[in-house]
Write a protein that binds this ligand. Structure first.
Ligand SMILES: Cc1cc2nc3c(=O)[nH]c(=O)nc-3n(C[C@H](O)[C@H](O)[C@H](O)COP(=O)(O)OP(=O)(O)OC[C@H]3O[C@@H](n4cnc5c(N)ncnc54)[C@H](O)[C@@H]3O)c2cc1C
Length: 404
């Protein structure tokens, strides 16, 4: 809450304020744009990084449902087709065993013919597409280079967002899309479960001499996890998840040492490896907000749920949050209702919370098991893979989560 109010001249009226122009915030702006609402997006980074975001090492695995949502928002068509990589099938490996849990190439997804589990698109391409998708709308205004530092939602009819330059944005609804470390969530008084895994994820691309067969691999080795996301047939994104104490060791490797290290981890399965990108790393911290709304405000994207990337649900859930909340808001506009009313926001939470809670806790439980290297846990790890492989209903359920 702010105590020293700025002069009234600095107050600007708008319908919706979105904090954060990441992929979730911009997708939400685009989803609301056709309603004609005045939408103000505030982003602390500058416009250059929105218009031309740099490669950040993240390859985002998207479900068929996310593809539909991105098509509806005209994001999909803005991504060069040669940079949309099909994810044909996926295999999970435990320890150094050759046994594989195999999610085969599907024939159908969401009731339509399909020949891939999903798609891989680089995060910077999604961000660029989301930015370009809002540009044609004159009712979407982006204020860049500024952050929201305070929130005042004590009035029943409006919410005020105070910027770092003292300017106040007064709206009917504020949507926080300001990352898993959301400061707005905190200012709104919404608690969150936060789990620091004590691990770091290191990502980079490698070229290799043997084919990856467009198959993703999740290798739960002992001590570290290595995921392989196939891009081109001879180009793969490598995702190492490792305890924080060993991160420096990997980051200080020369390209030749890293290439040899990955080749060894894979026992030469992809042949000779050559580093093909910059190397990026992210702290592994999962978050789940205890509520997705407060007075005249809602959380979307990672601000609502920040997933561990191993199950690749993060932005897929972010898009779901956009789809659900935007529909409720657009319907309210059509019916001449208040877009910030409590029952609308409660309905958003009812629709989005149960699914995210199950995925969040399910993923975390899986991580706890597959990063436990004690002999009894190794046994259970192997058993779980075999049961999942041989129990068709369970396998089907996991496949459905993958395809969306
Ligand atoms: C290694 C890795 C791999 C991943 N793989 C997958 C995957 O395969 N599939 C998948 O679905 N997801 C994946 N994810 C998750 C995905 O990247 C995130 O879910 C997604 O990027 C979150 O988008 P967002 O817009 O919610 O948040 P962010 O991208 O974090 O954007 C938040 C924005 O808010 C701005 N901001 C913050 N505070 C303020 C403020 N006070 N005022 C103004 N602006 C502010 C920030 O500058 C930023 O631009 C992965 C993540 C990682 C780290």
């Amino acid at each position: 809450m702010t105590t020293n109010k700025e002069p009234a001249a600095l107050i600007e009226q708008t319908d919706v304020v979105i904090v954060g122009a990441g992929p979730a915030g911009l997708s939400m702006a685009r989803a609301l744009a056709p309603s004609g609402l005045a939408i103000t997006v505030v982003e602390q980074n500058n416009r250059t990084s929105l218009a031309d975001p740099p490669f950040d090492g993240r390859e985002i695995a998207l479900t068929h449902y996310s593809k539909e949502l991105m098509q509806n928002l005209q994001l999909w068509s803005r991504i060069p087709s040669e940079e949309i990589y099909p994810l044909r099938d996926a295999k999970v490996i435990n320890g150094y065993s050759n046994y594989q849990l195999h999610f085969e190439q599907p024939t159908k997804a969401r009731g339509k013919p399909a020949n891939s589990l999903g798609f891989l698109i680089s995060n910077h391409n999604i961000r660029r597409a989301a930015y370009e998708a809002v540009l044609p709308y004159s009712n979407v205004r982006i204020i860049d280079g500024h952050s929201i530092t305070e929130i005042d939602n004590r009035q029943p009819e409006a919410i005020e967002a105070i910027m770092d330059n003292g300017q106040i944005l007064k709206s009917k609804l504020l949507i926080a899309a300001d990352s898993r470390f959301s400061s707005i969530r905190r200012k709104l008084g919404i608690a969150a479960k936060i789990r620091d895994f004590g691990r770091t994820v290191i990502v980079f691309r490698m070229r290799h001499t043997l084919t990856n067969q467009h198959t993703a691999f999740e290798c739960f080795h002992y001590g570290r996890t290595l995921a392989l996301l196939p891009l081109e047939e001879h180009l793969t994104n490598c995702v190492i998840t490792i305890n924080n104490e060993y991160v420096k060791e990997i980051l200080s490797m020369t390209p030749a040492k890293l290439e040899e290290d990955i080749k060894q981890q894979l026992r030469g399965k992809l042949g000779d490896m050559t580093l093909a990108s910059t190397i990026h790393h992210y702290p592994l911290v999962g978050t789940h907000a205890s509520a997705f709304y407060a007075q005249r405000s809602a959380l979307i994207g990672d601000a609502a749920v920040g997933m561990h990337p191993v199950t690749a649900h993060g932005f897929n859930l972010g898009l779901n949050s956009v789809g659900i909340l935007a529909k409720l808001i657009n319907d309210a506009v059509d019916q001449g209702k208040d877009i910030g009313n409590k029952s609308l926001l409660a309905s958003y939470q009812r629709h989005h919370m149960p699914h995210t809670l199950a995925l969040y806790h399910g993923t975390n439980a899986m991580i706890s098991l597959y990063t436990n290297d004690t002999p009894p846990a190794r046994l259970v790890r192997s058993l779980v893979l075999r049961v999942s492989n041989n129990l068709p209903p369970l396998k089907k359920l996991i496949s459905l989560q993958l395809t969306g």
